[in-house]
Design a protein around this ligand. Structure first.
Ligand code: PMP
Length: 429
């Protein structure tokens, strides 16, 4: 494979865009080398600026669950664009997407659309604070809820990849209102609840974590969290930006059998266009402007192109919920195949998978939280990433990210990916 043109485009981009990218993990800093510039994509494949074809395991970091350039989505956007791209006035399609999302997800009455997962989580916390009249929020080390100030405290994803889980620019005052607990450790939450009794508005969690690699919540932990929040009058916010419309129609609430108080969405709900959303029961959503006092707004919120992509995407998933099973099966198959190659070659690793979320950490200790996730061997990860890339497989360029499979992937693609690992596994010894 040659990456001449990608490298030239990256050099040019660096002149005008900080680090050459508009979102840090794209720059390949964690794995080294120049990022690949994509030209187009179709189904399971990316085609880069040098003419290479790559099997894609990122799918735009999750949204493209049915593959790239999925026709019903593309056609819906094209038709909508012909009628105008933005009005800043209500449109019928917003209600159509809202009604469909509310029918698919348990335990929500109303949903508000925003433009990103970051906005969704930021607004959800403001709503929780407004509703409860309390200021503090508990988050878990290694969870990522977007880049708004109150969440850049021991954050996962790019923040940890770049060694800045606590970003400069977040004030001490903001940081003080964010309390930090350990994933899969209910005691750590309980002691914060005791020490800050009556002051905590919300606990926000990735119900299946995907931003320190994939980490699965223990049943007693997630159930205990729900009970604790109910007892203490704390709102439980499920950040379903990754899990929503990916694990099941009803997301993690459905698969875990747990009702959250507020749920946030992003990625799949926008079908590849910029959409985020947050949703809850009427009682809580009634606090939001214009009905209630908690302010939240957006010039492009509910944008018709974004809504049309989201509506086409959710309509497909609603019609064909077998997709979730199919994706989970493919992920299990891939995971088992990769694990077999690594085990046969005596390479220490942990494979965590839940549905169609998966990650591989190069460590021999179970990865159950942030502390165990950062113990992974990054040198091995780099070799793994670049080896697979040479073989035409595009994996997440950091161990702190989940793979996102899309349903356009065939079993031949998965076999080719497993074969690619066999070809490069000697580099990992
Ligand atoms: N929450 C979670 C769980 C996420 O994974 C992400 C992004 N990866 C966000 C929030 C932020 O979403 P966005 O990048 O759309 O702002």
């Amino acid at each position: 494979m040659r990456y001449k043109r990608s490298s030239a485009l990256f050099a040019e981009a660096q002149k005008f865009i900080p680090g050459g990218v508009n979102s840090p993990v794209r720059a390949f800093k964690a794995v080294g080398g120049d990022p690949i510039f994509v030209k187009e994509a179709k189904g399971a494949y990316l085609y880069d600026e040098d003419g290479n074809r790559l099997i894609d395991y990122i799918a735009s970091w999750g949204p493209l669950i049915l593959g790239h350039a999925y026709e019903p989505v593309i056609n819906a956007v094209i038709e909508k664009a012909k009628k105008g791209t933005s009005f800043g006035m209500p449109t019928e399609i917003e209600t159509q997407l809202a009604e469909l999302a509310v029918s698919m997800v348990p335990n929500i009455d109303k949903i508000r659309f925003v433009n990103s997962g970051t906005e969704a989580c930021m607004s959800a916390v403001r709503l929780a604070r407004g509703y409860t009249g309390k200021d503090k929020v508990i988050k878990f080390a290694g969870c990522y809820h977007g880049h708004s100030d109150s969440f850049l405290i021991q954050a996962g994803s790019g923040a940890v990849t770049f060694g800045t889980p606590n970003s400069p620019g977040v004030t001490q005052g903001t940081a003080r209102d964010t309390l930090l607990a350990k994933y899969n450790n209910l005691e750590s939450v309980k002691s914060l609840a005791v020490a800050n009794k009556g002051e905590i508005a919300a606990v926000i969690i990735e119900p299946i974590a995907g931003n320190m690699g994939c980490i699965i919540p223990e049943e007693s932990f997630i159930k205990g969290l729900r009970e604790l929040c109910t007892q203490e009058g704390i709102l439980l916010i499920f950040d379903e930006v990754m899990t929503g419309f990916r694990l099941a129609k009803g997301g993690a609430q459905e698969v875990l059998g747990i009702d959250a108080d507020i749920v946030t969405f992003g990625k799949v709900i926008g079908g590849g266009l910029p959409v985020g959303a947050f949703a809850a029961r009427d009682e809580i959503m009634g606090y939001l402007a214009p009905d209630g006092p908690v302010y939240q707004a957006g010039t492009l919120s509910g944008n018709p192109l974004a809504m049309s992509a989201g509506l086409a995407m959710l309509t497909e998933l609603n019609k064909n919920p077998n997709v979730f099973r199919s994706l989970a099966d493919k992920t299990a198959y891939l995971g088992a195949g990769l694990a077999k190659v690594l085990s046969e070659n005596n390479i220490p690793f942990q494979k965590n998978r839940f549905g169609s979320m998966m990650s591989i950490h190069f460590t021999d200790e179970p990865v159950v939280d942030f502390e165990s996730a950062v113990k992974g061997n990054n040198d091995k990860f780099k070799k793994y990433f670049h080896g697979m890339l040479r073989e035409g497989v595009y994996l997440p360029p950091s161990a702190f990210e989940s793979y996102f499979l899309n349903d356009a992937l065939t079993y031949e693609d998965l076999d080719a990916t497993i074969a690619a690992l066999s070809n490069i596994v000697d580099d990992l010894k």
